[in-house]
Ligand binder design. Structure first.
Ligand code: 5AD
Ligand code: SF4
Length: 484
């Protein structure tokens, strides 16, 4: 075992060293191009989809900056554009494709512009074929398992002047040491694992992101320690199912997510830890106890429900029943008083009857989530659910969605109203007013507070402050900071 691990470490070291060589070669090409253009070249990475994609994009930007590009958010100014795509629902794919279409005119204006499509959407054969035939101005396409290979891909494109397709079914390595440029200087994402083994029948993730693999706990802890040292105050650990995290270097597999959280929380400093996402089937008592007793863990639990009907949950291959979910949610609320629970719900899964849907509404009433993310079921090519009979019309699904959102809006409004008149603590997230003279802050429960400063002009960005809550809406709290 030890030998295998040493070999893997060596391989991953040489993987990143190999990329450093390519980065050097790209830098040489860019220097010539800069002379021709009379300015430094810049990169624009646009992200579609989830936080995992946002974290990946920070590594794409990091590698591009390492190769000599400046980061820009202006597409018109960019010499390298990468769209980091999502495949979870059709809507995200169509948005990415339509925005890719509108890049055509930029390529006409600047023929040296390099356009790349990255990530989940392009990892699917049918989308790859679309891009090959309908988007001839896209220079390269790369799957999520290529994350550390941007320098190699770019060198290939720049030196061959040909379109390149880096999409394979190879299992990905967890390569450490990829350069990163973060979007924010107080909030950070840290991927602790990649891929998913759960194969929920509606979900494309296991096909496009591959099997589950965890990073070594030492690498994760070093990264978090560095972030805390650099002044980050709010750190989110990411994985499709963080509860099945296992340190690959622990031979008996006994170092799991609670152990990792415990060790991260023992790092000195003033910071909060969040995590996304937890599969209910793997949320252990150990984890709940830790949430109850460790003040560095944010009081927020995102626990995707997907459906409140046990029949639909079985068809979804979720491996828990509605009763089991309810017991778990109530246990979390009882053991961690004041915790905010949020969830994901899919409306209109194939064969969802009115009765099934009412079970979902009943669950929402019983748990009283702080907020929900609700999605109309979107059939995904290659998933088992896409082959199931789906007699419910889109109108019916839209109508169910509206009923669900109406119920949740009422519940969120009631929960948020309870904060009015109270003084809460929150991390200030804005240097400048975000709306009129309201600044923004985030509570441990992940609630956004819009607040006014009374008699105080100091910059509160990155500080944990006390805010008196004066009013609320279903999605926001409003308040005042008096400096006390
Ligand atoms: N259709 C609709 N929603 C989906 N999700 C995942 N796959 C689909 C799909 N095919 C939702 C789930 C998941 C969230 C990230 O996206 O609710 O938790
Ligand atoms: Fe998709 Fe299920 Fe894995 Fe989440 S746990 S990524 S919904 S397959």
């Amino acid at each position: 075992m030890k030998e295998i691990l040493e070999k893997e470490n060596k391989d991953s070291l040489s993987a990143i060293e190999k990329q450093e060589e390519y980065a050097y070669k790209v830098r040489c090409i860019l220097e010539q191009a800069e002379k021709l253009r009379g300015k430094k070249l810049s990169v624009c990475v646009i992200t579609f989809g989830c936080q995992q994609n946002e974290a990946d994009s920070e590594k794409l930007v990091g590698q591009a900056v390492y190769m000599g590009y400046d980061k820009t958010s202006d597409l018109d100014d960019a010499d390298l554009i990468i769209y980091n795509t999502c495949a979870v629902r059709e809507h995200a794919e169509l948005r990415a494709l339509s925005r890719t279409g509108s890049l055509k005119h930029l390529k006409k204006k600047n023929p040296r512009l390099i356009i790349g499509l990255w990530g989940c959407m392009v990892t699917q054969d049918h989308r790859m074929n679309d891009i090959k035939t309908r988007y001839p101005y896209v220079d390269f396409v790369a799957g999520t398992n290529m994350l550390h290979r941007l320098p190699e891909i770019l060198y290939d494109v720049l030196s061959s002047h040909k379109r390149r397709y880096y999409v394979t079914n190879e299992p990905a390595d967890t390569v450490e040491g990829i350069p990163v440029v973060r979007e924010n200087d107080i909030k950070a994402y840290v991927s602790i694992m990649y891929g998913c083994n759960n194969f929920c029948t509606y979900c494309v993730v296991p096909y496009v992101r591959g099997r589950e693999r965890s990073r070594s706990k030492n690498a994760i802890i070093d990264e978090v320690r560095q972030l805390v040292y650099d002044g980050y105050r709010d750190i989110t650990l990411l994985g499709q199912n963080v509860n099945s995290y296992r340190d690959p270097e622990y031979e008996n597999g006994n170092y799991g997510f609670p152990e990792l959280l415990n060790e991260i929380c023992s790092i000195d400093g003033d910071f909060k830890i969040r995590f996304m996402t937890s599969h209910p089937k793997d949320a252990s008592d150990k984890l709940i106890d830790l949430m109850a007793h460790n003040s560095k863990l944010a009081r927020h639990f995102h626990l995707p429900l997907q459906s409140g009907s046990s029949d639909i949950l079985r068809k979804m291959n979720r491996k828990y029943s509605a009763e089991e979910y309810l017991q778990l949610a109530l246990k979390i609320k009882e053991k961690v008083p004041g915790i905010a629970l949020t969830t994901d719900i899919i409306v209109g899964f194939p064969g969802e009857t009115e009765k099934d849907f009412e079970c979902t509404l009943d669950m929402v009433r019983a748990v009283r989530f702080d907020s929900i993310f609700a999605f109309i079921y979107s059939p995904r090519v290659g998933t088992p659910a896409s082959k199931m009979d789906d007699p419910i019309s889109h109108e019916e699904k839209t109508e169910r969605m509206a009923r669900l959102l109406e119920l949740q809006t009422e519940i969120s409004a009631e929960i948020n109203k309870n904060y009015v008149g109270k003084t809460i603590t929150a991390l200030c997230e804005s240097h400048f007013p975000a709306e009129e003279d309201f600044y923004t802050a985030r509570t441990s429960e992940n609630k956004i507070v819009f607040f006014k400063k009374l008699n105080n002009n100091s910059d509160l960005y990155g500080k944990t402050i006390k805010i008196e809550i004066t009013r609320s809406t279903p999605a926001r709290l409003y308040g005042e900071y008096s400096g006390k």
